[in-house]
Design a protein around this ligand. Structure first.
Ligand code: SAM
Ligand code: SF4
Length: 330
C-alpha cells in the first residue's frame, strides 16, 4: 500500500476510503429516477480525460483512499474505458476497482475490462419485463443488458445486480430478483429510490421500503444475516438453502450516513463530499492550471473536512441537489 500524507477526515471523524469517479454524465438510457428525458449534457471539453482522472485518483490514494469505483452516467459510452480501469488497477490493485454500468454495452467490452483487472461488475437491472424496462429506462434495452451480464459471466467477472425498487412500478418483481440471487449465485442489491431524479418528481410514496423488500424475499426462502462491513451501504443476507446474496441499500428509510466513507468526483472535475451535497469543490480548474500534487491534495482535504453529518431526506430542511444522479455519479 502507498504511503499517505494524511487522511481525508471530516469533522465527524469519518475517513474517506472509497472514491467514485463519474466519467461521463451521458447515457444511452434515460431512467426516470436518474435523469430528465431531455438532458443538457456537459460540454465535452469540461469532461476530464482519463489522464486527469488518474492524476486525481493518485492524489486521493495518497490521502488514504483504497477503493475506486467508475460510474456515471453510463461509463461504457466512453471509448476504451478499459484503459482507465487498467490505470486504476495499477494504482489500487485489481480487486479494488469497481464498475457500475447499465450493462447495455457490456457484451462487447466485458473481456477487455476483465483483462484490464476488473474482477466484479455491478449491473443495474430493475426488471425482467420488457414493457417495464421501457417505462423505467424510457428506452428499450432488456435483451442487450441480459446479453451483457452473460458476457460478463463468461469473461470470469463476478456479477452484482443493482435493482432500484419503485412502489407501484417494479416492486412485484422483488421475489424474481431474489430467485436470481439464490439460483445464479449473484449478489442482488435492492436500492431505495432516492430524491435525485431529473424531474424532481420524487415522493416518499414512490419509495418501496427495504423492510417490505425483506418481507417479500422471505417468501422466496429463509434469509440469514451475513454480517457486513459497516461502511458498505448494503446490509448483506444469504438464503439458508441457496447460493448468492441479497443486499439492501436503504438510504431513505435506514440511512447509513454515519458510516459513510465515500467521496465523489464528477465528470467535470468537481469534488462532492456527499451524494446529496448542494455545494461542490472545483478540482478541474486547479488541475488544468498546473496545480501541484500537494495543492490538489490540500483542496481535497479541505473539501472533505466540510462534509455534513448526513442527508435530511424527509426533513423540513432537505433540498434536492440541483444536479440529477447521472451528473453526480451514482
Ligand atoms: N449508468 C450506470 C448504471 O445505471 O448502473 C451507472 C450510473 S447510475 C447513476 C448508478 C446507480 O445509481 C444505478 O444502479 C442506478 O440504478 C442508481 N440510481 C440512479 N438514480 C437513483 C435514484 N434516484 N435512487 C436510487 N438509485 C439510483
Ligand atoms: Fe443511465 Fe444509469 Fe442513469 Fe439509468 S441509472 S439513466 S442507465 S446513468
Amino acid at each position: 500500500m502507498m504511503e499517505h500524507a494524511g487522511d481525508l477526515r471530516d469533522g465527524f471523524g469519518r475517513v474517506a476510503r472509497r472514491l467514485r469517479l463519474s466519467v461521463t454524465d451521458r447515457c444511452n438510457l434515460r431512467c426516470v429516477y436518474c435523469m430528465p428525458e431531455n438532458p443538457r449534457w456537459m460540454p465535452r471539453d469540461s469532461v476530464l480525460s482519463f489522464e486527469e482522472f488518474l492524476r486525481l485518483a493518485r492524489a486521493a490514494v495518497g490521502l488514504g483512499v483504497r477503493r475506486v469505483r467508475v460510474t456515471g452516467g453510463e461509463p461504457l459510452v466512453r471509448k476504451d474505458l478499459h484503459v482507465l480501469v487498467r490505470g486504476l488497477a495499477d494504482l489500487v490493485g485489481p480487486g479494488a476497482v469497481g464498475l457500475t454500468t447499465n450493462g447495455y454495452f457490456l457484451a462487447r467490452q466485458a473481456r477487455s475490462l476483465s483483462e484490464a483487472g476488473l474482477r466484479t461488475v455491478n449491473v443495474s437491472l430493475d426488471t425482467l419485463v420488457p414493457a417495464t424496462f421501457r417505462r423505467m429506462a424510457r428506452r428499450d434495452g432488456l435483451r442487450q443488458t441480459l446479453e451483457g451480464i452473460q458476457a460478463a459471466e463468461d469473461s470470469g467477472l463476478r456479477i452484482k445486480l443493482n435493482m432500484v425498487v419503485m412502489a407501484g412500478v417494479n416492486e412485484g418483481e422483488v421475489p424474481a430478483f431474489g430467485r436470481l440471487a439464490r439460483e445464479r449465485g449473484w449478489e442482488v442489491r435492492f436500492i431505495e429510490y432516492m430524491p435525485l431524479d431529473g424531474d424532481h418528481a420524487w415522493e416518499r410514496g414512490k419509495v418501496y421500503p427495504a423492510a417490505r423488500i425483506r418481507e417479500d424475499l422471505g417468501r422466496v426462502g429463509p434469509l440469514v444475516p451475513l454480517g457486513s462491513d459497516p461502511s458498505d451501504p448494503a446490509s448483506l443476507w444469504g438464503f439458508a438453502d441457496g447460493v448468492g446474496k441479497v443486499g439492501f441499500i436503504a438510504s431513505v428509510t435506514e440511512p447509513f450516513c454515519e458510516h459513510c466513507d465515500r467521496v465523489r468526483i464528477t465528470a467535470d472535475g468537481k469534488l462532492r463530499n456527499c451524494l446529496f451535497s448542494t455545494a461542490e469543490t472545483d478540482l478541474r480548474g486547479p488541475l488544468r492550471s498546473g496545480a501541484s500534487d500537494e495543492e490538489l491534495a490540500a483542496i481535497m482535504l479541505d473539501a472533505v473536512a466540510l462534509k455534513g453529518p448526513g442527508h435530511a431526506i424527509g426533513l423540513a430542511g432537505f433540498r434536492q441537489p440541483a444536479r440529477a444522479m447521472n451528473a453526480i455519479g451514482g
